[in-house]
Each structure stands twice: as structure tokens, then as C-alpha cells.
Design a protein around this ligand. Structure first.
Ligand code: ADP
Length: 505
């Protein structure tokens, strides 16, 4: 508002300077010119300080918002998190988030300020002449045309751009991880061809964005030119007809740029809201069931009824019915590709079936929340997480303030304190990594432990300890393993093949 006040004050002073110059009052002209310079200097200092403060606060608050957003993100059920693709997630966490915060941190405040300033200008213009006020506000409404015409295209472009960016990120991320393999297996020609194809698609969509941007700025320029020249002409006509004085005409022309600029800002809210609506829709595309804290796993009784699951059109599990409520240790076996891993994912609530359900102690596995993992249900997938921090750091995060048990467990698997302390998990061998996560699993000692091929890469000592720990455990364990080593401790072995199960033991 201070800026508006100054923007009104300066034209008033300018018109006085012109009037004084016309009357030959040199001293007044010099004094008023000095005053204009001082006001501009004051404005510069005030805005430098306040803009800095504003930007600092904005960046701190943006960071807080982003943390909240991540919190919201991690409240999603595990099966939703599991289905997210890297590129899509990156687009949502970065670009969509930025677009939406821009609406709240800049579009809305700017629009409100523009409305208030426009009201102040209206009062000022009315004080000059009602004709001038009418001309200004009637013509500046023309500026609503470009954002309205362009609005729909902007939304479509936004969606298309984000989609192709996501695909590109997925591909490039995959590519970075696989650079070595690309070289080892001579995949570079295929990789470059695919990347070139994606880039061609990207630039096609990018071109549409450029056309939309150009169309918007051309429309804006045309509207601005019409506005400027028509207003100047009309004000000149009012002066010539002596409806307003020359002094009033000069003041009106001096503020015209600011008034039109403000009204343009007011209308730009239309395009910014259109774009941010597209971003909001993308973020909320996957409906999120609010996490409730009701599910409790106290015995680990698993009941699967009429469960079906398919990847795309390929039905992998059909009408599976299974109860695991008696044995302490059960093993699932089956041919490669028969769906064992998929079944564990469905039981752990990581995947959602197409039909039927999995219940654990009466609760749907899809209702499991952060409060159930890992204390009540510890799920150890076949592929261990390749974290970029040490096992000790992992244990510190998983067991805040009580690392002793897990350290003891890890050391009993043969992992040295130095390795746990100093080596990043990503630098460990496959077997060492498996031992780190098994140590965590047994230190948690959950009600229900689900392990997918836990003996993979384990040495004989590790396997023997695993067997002993499984035997000692009070809780229930469900394993997928090809390894016959654990068969003798299994109280039940289920063999699955497309959902049908034979109970062997
Ligand atoms: P198993 O553990 O019995 O070897 P999986 O459950 O890992 O079998 O996989 C079963 C089948 O489902 C395999 O043919 C596999 O190719 C397919 N499959 C697994 N994951 C996916 C996926 N994300 N998308 C499509 N197909 C998949």
C-alpha cells in the first residue's frame, strides 16, 4: 500500500512540477524534483529491507510447509506408497508442490494487494475526474480476456508436461543406476534411442507450452496497446474539450501504467489458479484413506479369503483361500513366478488385491498403519534396502535410545562393530546387508514376522543362527524360501500355484 501511495504521490508532484515549469517558478521546480528523488530513495531503502525480510520468512515457511507435506505423504497407506513411481513422485513432491505453494505465497497475496491498491487508485482517480476513473476501469477490464482464453490450454499443458517429465525422470533415474550394466551388456544404443524418443515427445509437448505462452503474451500486448492508446486518446480528447484540466490529464497518464498493471495482476489469478488446480488434482489423484489407529496385531492370525490379484491383465492369484492361525513357523513354497513374493506383499498390506481380502487378527491388511510396522508386523522383502548410511545410524533411528539389543544381535551374526559403525549399508556385501536387517527384525521381535527368502546370500553360520532365532521366537513367522535348510523347523508348508495351495506338512 505504501508503494501505491508513493505511486499516486509522484504523479501529483509531477503535475505540480509541470504547472510550475509552465509558470516559470524555477525554485519550486527544483524543490519538488528534489522531493521526488528523496521519495524514490526512501522507497528503494524501505523495499530493499522489507523484500529481504519477506523472502527470508517465505523460504523458512516454505520449508515448514514442505515438511508438513512430506508428513502427509507418509501418512498414505503402504500400498499407495509402494505403487508410486520415482518420476511421478518427484514431480508431485517438487513441481506440483511448488505450483501450489506459489498460489498461497505469491498469487493470493499479490491479488489481495492488487485489489486494495486498485481501490486506492479508484478513489484517487475519482478525485481527479469521474470520467477518467470510468475510462480507466472500463478499459482495464479488457485484460481479463487473455487469461480466460488461455486458461484451459494451460491446465492441459501443465498435465502433459508433468507426465512426460515423470517418464523422463523414471527413465533417466533407471539409466543412472544402470550405467554400468548399459556398458557391460552393450545396451547403449537401445538406451540412447529410447531417450531420444522421450526427448522428442518432451519437446513436442514443450512446443505446445511455448505456443500457449506466446499466445498469452501476444494477446496481452494487443490488449495493452489498445488500452494505452485508447486511454491516452480519450484523456487528450477530455483535455481538448476542457472536461478535465491539463494537470489532471498529466496525473492520469502518469498513473495509467500502474493502474493497468494492477488490474492485470488481479486477473492473472485466473491463470495461476487454473495451473495450481491442475497441480492439486495430480497430487490428490490417488485417493488416500486417512490412517486410523484401530488395527492391532496381537496374535498374527492370517486369514485370506477369495483373494485375487493380477499384474495388468495377467491373473497371478485367483480366489485364494488360506488360514494361517495355528503354526508358529510356516513356509510358502512354489515354482519361480508362482506368486510367492506377491502373496507376501498382499499379506503385509503392501499390495492391494483386485478382489477378496487379507485379514490379520480380524483387521484388513490394508488398514495397517505406521503404528503396526515394524513392532507388530516386520516385513523383510527379498531385496534389502540399499541405504546410504551406516547400520549403526539405521539402528539409531529404528531403536532410539536402546540400540544394545540390536547391536548384540548384529554381532552374534558375525558383523563387527567397526563394520556396523563405519560402512554404509550400500557398501556391505549382500550377506552382510541381509544380516543387518535380520538383526533388526529379531531385535524388534514382532508379533508377526514375514521374511522373503531370508537365507539368500547368508553363510552357513548365519543360516544356523537364523534357524535358532526362529525356533526361539514366541511370535508367528511366515517365510518364503526355496532353501530346504529351514524345512525341518516349519510346522506347515504351503505350496502355491496360481492361488491353489497344497498343504504338504
Ligand atoms: P515368485 O516370488 O513366486 O517367484 P513373484 O510373486 O515375484 O513370484 O512374481 C510372480 C509373477 O508376477 C512373475 O511372473 C513376475 O514376472 C510377475 N510380476 C512381479 N512383479 C511384477 C510387477 N511389478 N509388474 C508386473 N509383473 C510382475
Amino acid at each position: 500500500m505504501l508503494r501505491t501511495f508513493i505511486n499516486i504521490l509522484i504523479p501529483v508532484l509531477l503535475s505540480k512540477i509541470i504547472a510550475d515549469a509552465a509558470m516559470g517558478n524555477i525554485r519550486e521546480v527544483l524543490v519538488l524534483t528534489g522531493a521526488v528523488l528523496l521519495i524514490k530513495l526512501f522507497e528503494f531503502i524501505v523495499f530493499c529491507v522489507s523484500d529481504n525480510e519477506l523472502k527470508k520468512n517465505l523460504s523458512v515457511n516454505k520449508h515448514i510447509c514442505k515438511l508438513e507435506f512430506y508428513k502427509f505423504f507418509f501418512e498414505r497407506p503402504v500400498h499407495e506408497l509402494f505403487s508410486l513411481k520415482a518420476g511421478e513422485t518427484k514431480e508431485k513432491l517438487n513441481d506440483d508442490f511448488e505450483t501450489i505453494t506459489k498460489k498461497y505465497t505469491s498469487t493470493y497475496p499479490q491479488t489481495i494487494t492488487a485489489f486494495l491498491s486498485a481501490a486506492a487508485y479508484l478513489v484517487y482517480l475519482l478525485s481527479l475526474s469521474k470520467w477518467i476513473a470510468l475510462i480507466f476501469f472500463a478499459f482495464s477490464m479488457l485484460q481479463v480476456i487473455p487469461p480466460i482464453v488461455i486458461r484451459k490450454y494451460l491446465q492441459v499443458n501443465y498435465d502433459n508436461c508433468r507426465d512426460i517429465e515423470a517418464e523422463l525422470t523414471d527413465f533417466v533415474v533407471g539409466g543412472y543406476r544402470a550405467f554400468l550394466l548399459i556398458k557391460l551388456y552393450k545396451l547403449d544404443i537401445w538406451w540412447k534411442k529410447k531417450l531420444a524418443g522421450l526427448h522428442r515427445e518432451y519437446s513436442k509437448i514443450g512446443r505446445k507450452s511455448i505456443y500457449t505462452g506466446t499466445a498469452e503474451s501476444v494477446l496481452n500486448d494487443i490488449v495493452n496497446s489498445v488500452l494505452t492508446y485508447v486511454t491516452y486518446g480519450l484523456i487528450g480528447w477530455l483535455v481538448l474539450k476542457s472536461i478535465v484540466t491539463l494537470e489532471v490529464g498529466v496525473q492520469a497518464i502518469a498513473v495509467s501504467g500502474s493502474v493497468f498493471g494492477l488490474v492485470r495482476t488481479m486477473f492473472q489469478v485466473i491463470r495461476d489458479v487454473a495451473v495450481s488446480r491442475a497441480a492439486e488434482r495430480r497430487i490428490s489423484d490417488s485417493p488416500t484413506a486417512a490412517e486410523t489407529e484401530d488395527a492391532r496385531i496381537s496374535a498374527g492370525n492370517i486369514s485370506i479369503s477369495d483373494l485375487s490379484f493380477s499384474y495388468d491383465d495377467n491373473e497371478l492369484i485367483s480366489n485364494l483361500n488360506l488360514s494361517i492361525d495355528n503354526p508358529k513357523i510356516s513356509v510358502i513354497k512354489g515354482k519361480n513366478g508362482s506368486g510367492k513374493t506377491t502373496l507376501l506383499y498382499l499379506i503385509a498390506g503392501v499390495l492391494k488385491g483386485n478382489a477378496g481380502e487379507v485379514r490379520i487378527d480380524g483387521f484388513s491388511s490394508l488398514e495397517l498403519t505406521a503404528s503396526n510396522y515394524p513392532g507388530e508386523l516386520f516385513f523383510l522383502p527379498q531385496e534389502d534396502a540399499v541405504f546410504n548410511f551406516t547400520a549403526m545410524e539405521l539402528f539409531g533411528m529404528m531403536f532410539p535410545g536402546c540400540k544394545d539389543k540390536v547391536l548384540e544381535m548384529a554381532e552374534s551374526f558375525g558383523l563387527s562393530r567397526a563394520l556396523l559403525l563405519e560402512s554404509k549399508i550400500s557398501e556391505l556385501s549382500g550377506g552382510e546387508r541381509k544380516k543387518v536387517f535380520l538383526a533388526a527384525a529379531f531385535a524388534v521381535d514382532p508379533v508377526l514376522m514375514i521374511l522373503d527368502e531370508p537365507t539368500n546370500s547368508l553363510d552357513n553360520g548365519g543360516k544356523a543362527l537364523l534357524k535358532e532365532l526362529l525356533n526361539q521366537r514366541e511370535g508367528r513367522t511366515l517365510l518364503v524360501t526355496h532353501d530346504v535348510f529351514l524345512d525341518d523347523i516349519a510346522e506347515h508348508i504351503y505350496v502355491i500355484d496360481k492361488g491353489a495351495n497344497d498343504e504338504d506338512v
